[in-house]
Design a protein. Structure first.
Ligand code: BG6
Length: 515
């Protein structure tokens, strides 16, 4: 198996990995399969241990048995034999306990001391918080109290890091509070806030496309770009997570993190070097430049939708107004992007799963040739296909062969699978776990990035939340603070309002990948 993407990643040193929330879905579907795949590819250290912590009763053996099927079916490498699993499973241990009980951390510390000894880790530890978010402060405080946040005897040669899953807060205030609680125990350099979108190869390719090529960057600005649109469409409903989702909604669930992260990568300035500090500085500058939405702008600049059967989902409150779809127009107030709208949309139960970003260019300034067959002006655009198709489309006009000078648009495609082989793209969690083990925080969010993102989302959410009680304005007028909640059918591309948002400025949403 060749895997070019990892070839320059150093091999991690011996480590004890501790997963809190070890009996949960993420551990089974993503974390263990990712570790298993890394193990199969020889990318984990010679010696390591993975200790799962959760409330469920398991022995080490039962824990391994519980994880086996998930690992074998969700690993990218499906041809590994049972012996390979047994070898990997021998690294897996389990520690049962309640998250708010000091005895759990005492037992964990004892187990970690054993694995540190057996694996010669010098006290290098990687914690992973994959529990419900309300437990984060509790676990962090207990790790601190048990002395587990400090480096081991080997000082500079060992490390203690903590990966924290999303959601990171549910608004700016809670994210700030969580950052403060974490910083009481861990230094920022130890904290790895995960956004699995940044681990996707196709997302990282945005940076290579922009900064590894000379021909695109000169047109990547307000002089040439008409607008940018980002779609994160899901065909699935809220499923088992309805209870959580109903308190969050689409803005908190995916806009604050995934969509804004995608947007920053499209919009950032080239960093002076590709390292965590410089990259995150540049991302922070983009987020700072996003114009905060005023309450009176929310109705026109946003659309909110709910799929028709959402209120029937078990766990959803009766009459819930939680949005399962949103479309948002953002402006970036800086020299490069002034006046270029960024349209972001995402929703559940849409026509298909499709994550893509289209950068649409302006029309040619002077038209020499007759319009293409459709009669509509056809602008050039570049689409980044993030998933499920992984690649890139470039659309441009070409002459229709034959007499005359008629033209029509054609697309040039690049597909990762064709170029590098179907199994070449590692899962996002493989990449991110390996980066955390080797101390590369480039693809993790820094405290300031998270807070800046919430500053963008909070005013929109506030407008929506206040919508039923129309607010008085300074002039004494009453004004709506949200667009109406529009319902949409399963398999649509969201509610009609989303199309209207673009149609009124003579634009339209595109789905360019997958066809
Ligand atoms: C998660 C959201 O962060 O991302 C989910 O909480 C969503 O609601 C998921 O389904 C989408 O991830 P992906 O990788 O399938 O696009």
């Amino acid at each position: 198996m060749t895997d070019q993407s990892f070839s320059r990643v150093p091999k991690p040193s011996p480590t004890t990995i501790v997963i809190f929330g070890a009996s949960g879905d993420l551990t089974e579907r993503k974390l263990i399969p990712a570790l298993y795949t890394l193990d199969l590819e020889g990318r984990l250290p010679e010696r390591y241990a993975v200790i799962g912590v959760a409330r469920s009763e398991y022995t080490d053996e039962a824990f391994r048995a519980h994880l086996r099927k998930g690992a074998q079916t969700n690993s990218r490498l499906t041809d590994a034999d049972d012996a390979a699993w047994e070898r990997f499973a021998s690294h897996l241990l389990y520690c049962q306990g309640a998250y708010d009980d000091p005895a759990t951390y005492a037992a964990l510390a004892a187990r970690m001391a054993e694995t540190d000894d057996a694996c010669d880790t010098c006290g290098s530890h990687l914690f992973y918080l994959s529990t419900p978010p309300q437990l984060y402060p509790i676990i962090v405080a207990h790790l601190g109290a048990a002395g587990l946040s400090r480096r081991g005897s080997a000082g500079q040669d060992s490390f203690v890091r903590i990966i924290i899953e999303k959601p990171f807060g549910h608004d700016l205030a809670s994210a700030q509070a969580l950052n403060e609680q974490i910083h009481e125990v861990f230094d920022e350099s130890q904290v790895y806030r995960i956004d699995h979108y940044l681990g996707k190869e196709t997302v990282q390719n945005i940076m290579v496309f922009r900064f590894g090529n000379a021909i695109f960057e000169p047109v990547w600005n307000r002089n040439y770009v008409d607008h940018v649109q980002i779609t994160v469409a899901e065909s699935v409903a809220v499923g088992q997570r309805a209870g959580f989702y109903d308190t969050a909604g689409v803005l908190r669930d995916v806009f604050q993190n995934h969509l804004l992260q995608l947007m920053t990568l499209i919009a950032i300035e080239p960093p002076a070097a590709f390292n965590a500090a410089f990259l995150r500085d540049e991302k922070g500058k983009v987020l700072q430049a996003v114009r905060p939405m005023r309450l009176d702008e929310v109705p026109a600049a946003t659309v909110r939708g709910q799929y028709r059967t959402y209120r029937d989902e078990p766990g959803v409150r009766p009459g819930s107004t939680t949005a399962t779809f949103a479309a948002v127009r953002l402006q970036v107030d800086n020299w490069r992007w002034q006046g270029v709208p960024f349209y972001l949309r995402s929703g559940k139960l849409l026509a298909s799963k499709a994550t893509e970003i289209t950068v649409q260019f302006k029309d040619v300034p002077h038209k020499l040739f007759p319009q293409s067959e459709s009669g509509r002006p056809q602008a050039n655009f570049i689409t980044f296909c993030i998933q499920p198709e992984e690649g890139l489309h470039l659309r441009f006009e070409t002459k229709i062969p034959g007499a005359g000078m008629r033209m029509r648009p054609v697309e040039m495609d690049f597909q990762f699978g064709k170029e590098f082989g179907a199994a070449a793209l590692p899962d996002a969690y493989e990449r991110l776990l390996l980066d955390a083990l080797t101390g590369d925080a480039s693809l993790f969010a820094r405290a300031d990035e998270i807070e800046l993102s919430w500053q963008i989302i909070d005013p929109i959410q506030a407008g929506w939340d206040a919508s039923d009680a129309a607010l008085p304005t300074a002039q004494g007028w009453r004004t709506e603070t949200a667009p109406p909640l529009e319902f949409y059918e399963k398999g649509a591309w969201g509610p009609p309002g989303a199309d209207r948002m673009l149609a009124q400025v003579d634009r339209h949403w595109r789905i360019s990948c997958g066809g």
